[in-house]
Design a protein. Structure first.
Length: 612
């Protein structure tokens, strides 16, 4: 719930950084109570906070600020931290090690270090991207902040919305890093830092997850895993005077809730239900609660809750954000805050490091195609599957044709086969002038880059690496952190503990997805700890029945209709496409087409909230 903000460059570029930071922070973080500023000729640092996890220090020519919760690999630096605080330790570590001080830092953090004499800076975020940091350069200055809005609060940075970012949002349902919604403003990726010196900048990754494509002894691995898991939850409970836990009833949230109850006291768990067929998983949360004897708190979300929350959620994010499960996340966090909880532990991250996403198994089936000899693929399978017309094919050949067509698209592009913007020509979806201003290939190129950077030959590990950078950092963590911030409560992610993440990299891909079984190692290692129903439960997610409720709830229909009517006037999406979405939503699949309707509504709601 804290922000950092700053700039370095020309002395004449100074402005009231504290006032800007207070204004922007209070818009997205209710209850922001304290703004601190350090400044000198040609530089300034600022923090705004509602908690104590933001510090600043200035000693000689080095100024530093940090938000988050840092632990140190280096015992001498850990000793300084206990005496003098995080920022002073960062400054001293920078004097000793330069930018390599980052490699000695563990935990969740965003950090900025300024060498005010050399006119140089290093800004960075943690390994998993739990914290965020945006930046821009203009007229010889570097401006940086926890959010894109903080960066554009500097008078030298443009607030022009990027058409490319809007397209990327429509494609990904969020604005993927390294872009932001504003032209010229960028986001750091997880474990990325920016080195800046008198107008020259360079981004690089200061850490990368190492993957093991070889062998690991199961018994030794399982024992180490359980030890690391307990240590991670214990670490994240430290100094939390009043903590609760999200509980969906899935593997990750159940594991965290169970360990809290084992290590401390019966956990206070918070669960959201839906009175909608196919969406409610409250019974699984109750199974976990009974198994671990947690103190269960339940709330059933209503369509009116959604109507009331949409404008608040749109304003809370510095960019358009289209993950509809932000709504139940917000109400879950709000319930905990009203109970007096100060910290929530969340189970996010387990799927992306232990192999829990359904597409990992599905894509493995398609990858088997490429393990066949080329002669079989090109001389036998492809002629059978592709050379006859669809109407002439008997059912087995139709299935073979579909398989070959999908398998022939290489990863990671194949993951987007069902993307709304890949299902038909863009000229049928987007307005002509808008289409001419964007690069339609950019979202795929961003995904390809993350997929290719994985230091592994395993397709499962490569998909998980992509998901760490996008599905987790740009989507799930932004969802949970943003909604907890809006509710006024801190969130921590024990499954993203650095030691646990590094351990996950040592697991072979076959330990994560084995014979199409997701999370094989995780579930086997915890088979005597988790409820049997949790172990056997299929992956579901934390979806919102927006599409179903839109069919019957008049206020939701009114808000949606008004939002889409306003969006039509922006020249982004064709009227005919919006009309077709609404028709198909009513006639074919309310849930499926409701997803894209939600994405469009939240885009317009963001415009309205941030243009005010």
């Amino acid at each position: 719930m804290s922000h950092l903000f700053g700039w370095i460059g020309r002395p004449e570029a100074a402005y009231d950084i504290g006032a800007a930071c207070a204004r922007v922070s209070s818009d997205s973080t209710p209850g922001t109570s304290h703004v601190r500023v350090l400044s000198g000729p040609g530089w300034a640092l600022c923090t705004s906070q509602t908690a104590s996890n933001a510090t600043m220090a200035h000693d000689g020519n080095v100024a530093a600020t940090i938000v988050g919760d840092v632990r140190w690999r280096d015992e001498s630096l850990a000793a300084i931290s206990r005496r003098s605080g995080m920022a002073a330790t960062v400054a001293e570590g920078y004097r000793r090690h330069g930018p390599a001080v980052l490699e000695r830092m563990l935990g969740s953090f965003a950090v900025a270090v300024l060498d005010t004499t050399a006119r140089a800076a290093v800004v960075a975020i943690d390994r998993m991207g739990i914290q965020t940091l945006c930046y821009a350069e203009a007229d010889g200055c570097l401006v940086f902040g926890s959010t894109a809005d903080l960066v554009t609060a500097h008078p030298g940075i443009s607030t022009q919305v990027s058409p490319q970012a809007i397209y990327n949002y429509l494609y990904c349902h969020m604005v993927p890093s390294p872009g932001t919604i504003y032209t010229g403003v960028s986001k750091l990726l997880p474990a990325q830092c920016l080195d800046w010196r008198t107008g020259h900048s360079n981004t690089r990754f200061w850490w990368s997850l190492r993957y093991n494509d070889g062998h690991l002894d199961y018994d030794e691995g399982a024992a180490e895993f359980r030890r690391l898991l307990r240590n991670a939850v214990r670490e994240h409970l430290q100094d939390a005077r009043s903590a609760g836990a999200f509980l969906s009833g899935g593997t990750d949230s159940s594991t965290v809730a169970g360990l809290i109850s084992e290590l401390a006291a019966p956990a206070d768990t918070y669960s959201i239900g839906f009175d909608a067929t196919g969406f409610d998983e409250m019974e699984y949360a109750r199974i976990t609660s009974r198994h671990f004897a947690t103190r269960a708190h339940e709330y059933y979300l209503t369509p009116q809750d959604v109507v009331d929350a949409i404008p608040r959620i749109a304003r809370a994010y510095d960019e358009p954000f289209g993950n509809a499960s932000a709504v139940p996340t917000y109400f879950c966090a709000l319930a905990a805050r009203r109970d007096g909880k100060e910290v929530m532990l969340a189970g996010d991250g387990g799927d992306e490091i232990f192999g829990g996403n359904v597409r990992y198994a599905k894509q493995q089936v398609f990858e088997w195609y490429w393990s066949l000899p080329q002669s079989i693929r090109t001389a036998i399978l492809e002629p059978l599957a592709l050379r006859s017309t669809p109407g002439d094919r008997i059912p087995p050949l139709r299935k073979l044709s579909s398989y070959v067509q999908q398998a022939s698209v290489r990863l990671p592009d194949r993951l987007e086969t069902y993307n709304f913007l890949e299902r038909e020509p863009l000229e049928n979806i987007l307005a002509p002038e808008f289409t001419s201003s964007i690069d339609a290939a950019q979202p795929r190129e961003i995904a390809r880059d993350a997929y290719a950077r994985a230091q592994s030959s395993s397709a499962v590990n490569r998909m998980m690496h992509l998901d760490l950078k996008q599905t987790l950092a740009d989507n799930d963590l932004r969802k949970v952190s943003g909604m907890c911030r809006l509710a006024g409560i801190e969130v921590r992610y024990p499954l993203l503990d650095d030691h646990l993440v590094e351990f996950s990299g040592r697991l072979p891909g076959s330990f994560k997805v084995r014979h199409l079984k997701l999370r094989w190692f995780f579930k086997k290692a915890l088979s005597d700890f988790l409820p049997r129903e949790t172990i056997s439960k299929t992956k579901h997610g934390f979806g919102l029945p927006f599409g179903l409720w839109l069919q019957t709830h008049s206020d939701l229909q009114q808000l949606t209709g008004d939002s889409l009517m306003s969006l039509r006037r922006r020249g982004i999406v064709r009227d005919t496409y919006i009309d077709r979405l609404l028709t198909l939503h009513g006639a074919e699949s309310a849930t499926y087409y409701g997803v894209m309707i939600w994405v469009l509504v939240m885009l317009e709601q963001w415009f309205q909230a941030h243009e005010a």
